[in-house]
Structures are given as C-alpha cells and as structure tokens.
Design a protein around this ligand. Structure first.
Ligand code: TYM
Length: 325
C-alpha cells in the first residue's frame, strides 16, 4: 500500500481553493492507501503569533475535515507538533541544505511580497515541510500547484541525505496535483489565498457568503450582450461545482446574451450552498462534542509518532546522534 501524506496550515478559515485543490483529494485518497494528514501548526507560527487563535484554528480545521468526510478509522489525522521527530529531522536536513536552495523559494518571495515579516522560520519553511513528508516514508503528496516547488525541494533534500550517508534512508516522494483544480481562482481572479483576501470560505453561510459571492469581480459587459464564459471569474468558480451538462447549459446562456453576471452569481451561490450543505450540518453537530475531536487528534498523533520513530531511528544511528537516556 502506498503512503499518502499531506498537510494544511491552521492559519485561518479554510477556503474552496483548499477544498478543491487539496482536501477533496485527501478525502478521496483515504480509500486508496495508507493516508496521513496533519495540521501544520509549526508552519503557521511563521505568520500567526497568537496562541489562543492557533489553538482554536487547530480544532476548527479538524472539525472541517471531519465534516467534509475524513474518516479517522481510515486516515491518520493529527497535529504536526505531536510528532517531535519532525522538528528533529528538520534540523538534520537543514545541515545539508544550501542557503542558495532556500533563496530560490518562490513561496518565501510571494509571502514577503504579500507583507509577511521575513523571519528565518519563513525562510527555512521548506526544510520543515521536507521533514513532514520524509519522516513517514511518504510516496504521494496530494497538493495544489503552489506546493510543487516545496515537493521538489523535498526530493532534493532526501537525495542529499541519502548521498551523504550512503544509503536509502529516506524515500523519494511524488506530488499529486489535479490539473483542472491546481490553481483555484479567488474572487478577483488571482489564485485564491488568505494573503490576498480573495477567498470564499468553505463554511461561510448566509449573508456573509452571499456578500462574498456578489463581490466576485467581473467585466462591464452590459446585461443584454453575449459574454465569454471562459473569460469570467464567476464561471471559473461555477465549473468547480457544476457537472459537465450544467456547465454547458450555463455557458450557452453566457454566449446567448440577456444573462447577466448577477444571474450567474445567484446560480453559483445556490451551488455552493447545496454542495456544502450536508457538511455544514454535520459540522454543527460535531462542534457540540469537542471530546471526540480531541480523541481523534490524540489517537492520530500516537500512530504518526510510532511510524515516524521507525524512520528516525536509523537516521540518528547513521548520523551519530546517540541517545544517552
Ligand atoms: P496551505 O495551508 O496553504 O494549503 C493547503 C492546501 O491547499 C492547497 N491550496 C490550493 N489549491 C488550489 N488552488 C488554490 N487557490 C489553493 N490554495 C491552497 C495547497 O496547495 C495545499 O495543498 N506548505 C503547505 C502546508 C504543508 C504541507 C506539508 C503540505 C506543510 N507541510 C507537507 C504537504 C506536505 C501549505 O502552506 O498549504
């Protein structure tokens, strides 16, 4: 069985870019292999310094996943910080990482450009991510396009370790990116991202959701004129929710004219409400019993730690890190 692994930062509310780009694949793949999914709370510290908020977000993300269909009997779900072997391996990998490799980090540059403080944690972020992946001997890492370079760096660092210590200590992983949803656009047409404030959140509802959908940016083609669906932010999002038949039907209305962006937005709003309706109900129910959520994280952490220790032990051994306890 292949080992599937992925992580998500608890740095705010999850959005439909996270869902279609990653979470949906995570949930589908729990049926296919041995799945490990975790909350990257150490990574979030690079942009969030509020303990109470981070703790709250950690529970929120767990509830989100459970409501969206994660089955803790099939997939191991846990918090990154419950596996100390990860930070241990990250340090060791860091000693083999050229500074120049980190300087090429696109995600680092993007985050600085978006206004985050250029701290060392942000700079070495990909090393911790490599450790996340390598510590479980992961085969496949389902992610969105923006994580591609981080997985490449992971392969690079695994190779450097294996070369330095002359053995197959770390397994070389592959990313799994679904082309049609590799970059889900936000309400302004750029990649949907919390740092651009252009998200539609998975569990937004009522007025809040409506306001967000209504503020999707469109061009100023008059209502009666024909419109090009392939060149519109509303249609780009409709495509995520509608089957082929429904997409064609709406595209036809665009091209015919007399169908305005306001109509398209209403249609999209209904689709979002239907699509996540069941998950929303489930989440509301689950939020009443947080003991279960804590149990899931505790059990998941235990399983992940055991697996991580199996990989870590020979690494300590070959690197000459002796345990004197
Ligand atoms: P994060 O928390 O930013 O995003 C979680 C997942 O959602 C995907 N994603 C998108 N996909 C398509 N279109 C979008 N607009 C979009 N926005 C987000 C991301 O690609 C990601 O798969 N560095 C990671 C967290 C991480 C991780 C790991 C992932 C830490 N360690 C190990 C995999 C393996 C991150 O910041 O994801």
């Amino acid at each position: 069985k292949k080992t599937i692994l992925s992580g998500i930062q608890p740095s705010g509310k999850l959005h439909i870019g996270n869902y279609f780009g990653a979470i949906r694949q995570h949930i589908a793949m729990q049926e296919e292999g041995e799945a490990f999914y975790f909350i990257a709370n150490y990574h979030s510290l690079t942009s969030l310094n509020d303990g109470e908020k981070l703790r709250e977000n950690t529970i929120d993300v767990t509830l989100d996943y459970l409501a969206l269909g994660l089955d803790p009997k099939k997939a191991t779900f846990f918090a990154q910080s419950d596996v100390p072997q990860v930070t241990e391996l990250a340090w060791i990998l860091g000693t083999l990482t050229p500074v120049s490799l980190m300087e090429k980090g696109v995600s680092y540059k993007d985050k600085i450009a978006a206004g985050l403080s250029p701290n060392i944690g942000l700079f070495t972020y990909p090393i911790l991510q490599a450790a996340d992946i390598l510590i479980y001997h992961s085969d496949i890492v389902p992610v969105g396009e923006d994580q591609k370079q981080n997985i490449e760096i992971t392969r690079d660092l695994a190779g450097k370790f294996n070369y330095a210590y002359e053995g197959e200590y770390l397994k070389i992983p592959e990313e799994h990116i679904v082309k049609s949803v590799a970059v889900v656009p936000g309400i302004d047409g750029r990649k949907m991202s919390k740092s651009y404030d252009n998200t539609i959140n998975i569990f937004a509802e009522g007025k809040q959701l409506k306001k967000r959908v209504m503020s999707i940016e469109t061009d100023s083609t008059p209502l009666d004129d024909p419109k090009d669906p392939e060149n519109d932010n509303v249609f780009a999002l409709i495509k995520l929710f509608a089957d082929k038949e429904k997409q064609d039907e709406i595209a036809e209305k665009y091209r015919a004219g007399g169908y305005g962006y306001g109509h398209a937005k209403k249609e999209l709003l209904g689709m979002i409400e239907d699509y996540f309706g069941e998950a929303r109900e489930k989440r509301r129910e689950m939020a009443k019993d947080l003991d279960y959520v804590h149990d899931v994280l505790r059990e998941g952490g235990k399983k992940a730690r055991e697996r991580a220790e199996e990989v870590m032990e020979p690494i300590r051994e070959v690197a000459g890190i002796v345990n004197h306890r």
